[in-house]
Design a protein around this ligand. Structure first.
Ligand code: ADP
Ligand code: MG
Length: 724
């Protein structure tokens, strides 16, 4: 602890801001924004008009890619990249580990005459063949067929990653098996966007709305993270390997003063943020907001929302950039959901809406009664979707790390409910009853006629305890973990929305040819029916409270507290039906995902448990024993000069040391457990191993608070969280 502390203190004292680097006076953010992106502007400049137009059709209107343009695009991309100093290209993909994967290939090829030239063909752009055998497939791919392929995602622009260690061209891709099964997070996302578009357009058509652009999802992920001095990490194997502390007595000061949120950003952290933003601006990522978060040394970065697939790729780049830039500043960025016990963990609020550039957000209440009726339909679709498929949405954010956060009185509970705000909840309540306060005529609310109360642009009071909160023109899904890809939750949301919109369109189409009044009446009846069947999912109260847990159980809302409880939902009949109906996942793809995520759970807890045993035995035990020895020596010396007394501290340390040993042995025995399928293994880890880890930790942490500071080898919570 001491050396790490001294190193960290010296790192802070000697820290000098890199002015040349972060000088936004000479280089304006607006000048560098998108400088490393093969964006619309670059394509317009560098591609023949016909090729540009053809590509644009695919990017903007979702039309099928004309493969014959690939060679020309590839060539232009290569020239652009080489001018920017790139030597390699890489197909970037998103395997089910949740990480970003890249395989580099040089542009350079020998010319056969002793020289070399740069080559990048359309084929190389469109398709890559990384060896897929080292990525999880959950049984999808037979081992003899190890090859997978990556396919160019035209809708997410290529970009250049420039860094001191090498510069290369990155091409966002989907990752599939040769039999066409999705091995990644992007493929299902793209599929889900297609069904969302199709079903949303059916509903819009009934409202007489036509749009040339596809209806898509929009996502604005608010990314939380911790930053600590890197010197501490080197003497904390738990942080280094598991990304979270497995030991540590609480700091004397935690977050109880509420002095951190929106507080002044520390100097070194501010420089770090500036450099992160500078890197992200170059990549065309519109980061907008930065601030301190609730816990000490916790921060947030949020971009302006973008189209769902692009936002997803960009969030992966934000996570990578946070990690790599932190190192340059002598810090470590922790994206784990719960790096420190006893203080807030990190999440990623996913602001979600659907719409497009022509229509804006379809969750935005309009100014006219007609627009309002349409808004209410899309809102009701979301409520119905959450009620029907809440368990699925919950399953998409299930992981060993997020289990420490969900339901821990700082993050939303694992019960999926929707917060609408008082006003909107009231409107739906009236619709359900078939009456409206504002309208005296017939005692019935008439949507489409201006008897509808003006709808809130902003629901006013924010409810932080709801996992799915309406916030004026979008829903904020708050259960996503800080380290998660936002693809999973979006795939579920898009699919759920598509199914609800499909249902609504089908019901309204049954009306046949009707006049405006009759149509409005039909809409109103349908909304009433949806509310009667699904409003159990609406909850405006305190989601942290005990009463809500009881009430939710009464309403029949699932409450799956842990990952092994949540993941089996992925292969239930309703979920398989949902995804296969819209061609988003096959049953085999769902099974493989369930298997992979359960495996990941088991591996994570196993690694952590091994670390607990190792650290307890090789780091904590010897330190406490040294202290015990010192105390015993003191006792003996005192006895020698005639003081005969029993020292309470010595008794205490001795008893705790013994218990530490006993608990570590118990944990080791549990880990030897074998047999059963992955699900039962995961349950065992959850129910038996995690509590046993906590038992070891209990004794270790209480030793930390008695053993002499100069003998304690692990940096303390206090040091890690407050030296910055
Ligand atoms: P808060 O902390 O109040 O929730 P932030 O400004 O931190 O707000 O983050 C809000 C996020 O929601 C931003 O990324 C913002 O761009 C995004 N957002 C705003 N409108 C929409 C929308 N219609 N659809 C999706 N995301 C949106
Ligand atoms: Mg925020």
């Amino acid at each position: 602890g001491i050396q790490a502390r001294l190193n960290a203190i010296s790192a802070i004292i000697n820290y000098k801001p890199a002015h040349d680097h972060l000088n936004f006076h000479d280089t304006k953010p607006t000048d560098i924004f998108g400088a490393n992106v093969f964006n619309d502007k670059v394509m317009k400049e560098r591609l023949p008009k016909a090729v540009y137009k053809s590509l644009k059709k695919t990017i903007a209107y979702g039309e099928k890619l004309d493969a014959s343009v690939a060679d020309i695009v590839a060539n232009a991309m290569k020239d652009w990249a080489i001018e920017k100093g790139a030597t390699h290209f890489t197909h970037v993909f998103y395997p089910l580990t949740g990480l970003t994967a890249e395989k580099h290939d040089a542009f350079l090829v020998p010319d056969g005459e002793g020289g070399a030239l740069a080559e990048f063909s359309g084929k190389m752009l469109i398709q890559g063949e990384p060896d897929a055998s080292s990525f999880p497939s959950g049984g999808l791919r037979a081992t003899f067929e190890a090859r997978g392929y990556t396919a160019w995602d035209v809708t997410s622009p290529a970009y250049i990653l420039e860094n001191p260690n090498g510069t290369f061209l990155c091409i966002p891709t989907a990752f599939l098996s040769w039999t066409g099964e999705a091995l990644d997070k992007k493929t299902p996302l793209l599929r889900s966007l297609q069904s969302l578009n199709k079903q949303a357009k059916r509903v819009l058509k009934l409202f007489g709305v036509n749009t040339k652009l596809p209806v898509t999802s929009f996502a604005g992920p608010e990314q939380e993270y911790f930053l600590i001095d890197r010197n501490f990490v080197f003497s904390r194997p738990d942080l280094l390997i598991a990304g979270r502390s497995l030991f540590g007595a609480p700091s004397a000061k935690g977050q109880e003063f509420e002095d951190q949120y929106f507080g002044v950003v520390p100097r070194r952290v501010l420089s770090f943020m500036m450099e992160v933003e500078r890197e992200l601006f170059k990549l065309g990522i519109p980061v907008k907001t930065r601030h301190n978060e609730v816990a000490p040394s916790q921060f947030e970065i949020a971009p302006i929302y973008e189209q769902g697939n692009l936002a997803c790729d960009h969030n992966q780049m934000v996570m990578t950039t946070l990690r790599s830039v932190a190192k340059r500043y002598g810090m470590m960025c922790l994206l784990h959901e719960k790096p420190f016990a006893g203080i807030n963990g990190s999440g990623k609020h996913l602001n979600y809406s659907i719409g497009n550039a022509e229509l804006g957000s379809l969750f935005d209440p309009g100014d006219t009664p007609h627009a309002n009726a349409q808004f209410l339909v899309f809102c009701a679709a979301a409520i119905r979707a959450l009620h029907k498929y809440g368990a699925l949405l919950r399953a998409t954010v299930a992981s060993a790390s997020n289990d420490h956060r969900l339901g821990a009185n700082e993050a939303p509970p694992a019960i999926m409910s929707a917060y609408l705000g008082e006003q909107l909840a009231d409107v739906f309540e009236q619709i359900k009853k078939g009456e409206v306060k504002g309208s005296k005529t017939k005692g019935v609310m008439n949507i489409g006629v201006d008897t509808l109360p003006p709808l809130p642009m902003d629901p006013g009071d924010r409810n932080r305890t709801s996992p799915f909160a309406f916030t004026g023109n979008r829903f904020e899904f708050r259960a996503v973990g800080s380290s998660h890809s936002i693809a999973g939750a979006q795939v579920a949301l898009n699919a759920m929305m598509a199914e609800s919109l499909d249902y609504i369109a089908t019901e309204l189409e049954k009306l046949g040819k009707v006049n405006k009044g009759q149509f409005n009446e039909g809409v109103q009846k349908l909304l009433q029916k949806i509310m009667q069947e699904h409003d159990a999912v609406i909850f405006n109260g305190d989601g942290y409270s005990e009463e809500w847990h009881k009430e939710a159980a009464k309403r029949g809302l699932p409450n799956m507290k842990t990952t092994p409880e949540a993941l089996p939902v992925l292969t239930t009949k309703e979920v398989v039906d949902l995804f296969t109906k819209y061609g988003i996942f096959s049953e085999a793809e769902l099974k493989s995902r369930q298997e992979i995520y359960l495996e990941q759970y088991v591996k994570t807890v196993t690694t952590e448990a091994n670390l607990v045993i190792r650290m307890a035995r090789t780091v904590i035990f010897p330190a406490a024993m040294r202290y015990q020895g010192q105390l015993a020596e003191t006792c003996a010396s005192l006895k020698a000069i005639g003081h005969d007394f029993k020292m309470a501290t010595l008794e205490d340390v001795t008893a705790k040391l013994r218990s530490l040993q006993v608990e570590a042995d118990k944990l080791e025995k549990l880990l030897a457990h074998e047999g059963g399928d992955t699900l039962s293994h995961a349950k065992f880890m959850c129910e038996k191993v995690l509590p046993a880890m906590l038992a070891v930790r209990g004794y270790a942490d209480s030793l930390e608070s008695v053993v002499a500071d100069d003998l304690w080898p692990l940096p303390s919570y206090q040091e890690m969280l407050f030296i910055r």
